[in-house]
Design a binder for this molecule. Structure first.
Ligand code: MD3
Ligand code: FE
Length: 196
């Protein structure tokens, strides 16, 4: 398995997923129960990526801010359970990158149609920053932007192909990052976190 250290404590596992049909099918089952929706920023602007979640907790954003919730605000029901095929993928990727014992309780599913993107931000709504984050690209590639400790300056650009898995830990866990629009179709990204 080829892997590239993008920056200290950032590991890109090329093609780590293997064939993605079962993973994409699991996402379809999740989104049938908890629809993709455009969350609003606390300032009231709809995000260009559509989102849903699986696992015990799901990440949400609205006028009250960013947080993790046990239930889907659209339905009032618990988020769909994290399928074993997804949990095991995240655990194997974290272990391969040097973080054994990763036990995610949240999986945010992002869907990017052509033109959709995610601006520079950092993931700061989780309790324990010693736990890594695992990100999986499906269906279409996109360029990922890595800024590091500050939001300013010229980011490092990394092209993420379907099947690629990125693992972030240590100091990189707090770094600023963003992603450009998908190239040639709809991109799905899974982001596994330990929220609590
Ligand atoms: C680096 N998603 O959901 S994945 C996000 O392509 C998010 O959907 C992007 O950023 C996407 O928050 C980028 C790569 C990623 C995810 C989380 C990180 C990189 C990260 C957390 C800390 C540092
Ligand atoms: Fe992020």
């Amino acid at each position: 398995m080829k892997s590239t250290p993008v920056a200290p404590e950032v590991v890109l596992l090329h093609g780590f997923t293997g064939p993605t049909e079962d993973i994409v099918a699991a996402v379809e089952v999740i989104s049938a129960a908890a629809s993709f929706r455009h969350l609003k920023t606390p300032g009231g602007r709809p995000m260009s990526a559509a989102m849903t979640n699986c696992g015990a907790l799901g990440w949400v954003s609205d006028a009250r801010g960013y947080r993790y919730e046990p239930c889907d605000p659209l339905t009032g029901r618990p988020w769909p359970a994290m399928p074993d095929v997804l949990r095991s993928l995240a655990q194997r990727a974290a272990a391969a990158a040097g973080w054994p014992g990763f036990d995610p309780d949240a999986c945010l599913v992002n869907r990017y149609v052509p033109g959709a993107r995610m601006g520079a931000h950092r993931d700061a709504d989780e309790r324990d920053f010693s736990q890594p984050i695992v990100s999986v690209t499906l269906c279409a590639p996109a360029v990922f932007f890595w800024y590091g400790a500050r939001r300013s300056g010229t980011p490092l650009r990394v092209r993420l192909e379907p099947g690629d898995v990125l693992v972030w830990g240590g100091a990189a866990r707090r770094g600023y990052h963003g992603v450009g629009p998908p190239e040639g179709g709809v991109r799905i990204n899974l982001t596994f976190r330990k929220a609590v």
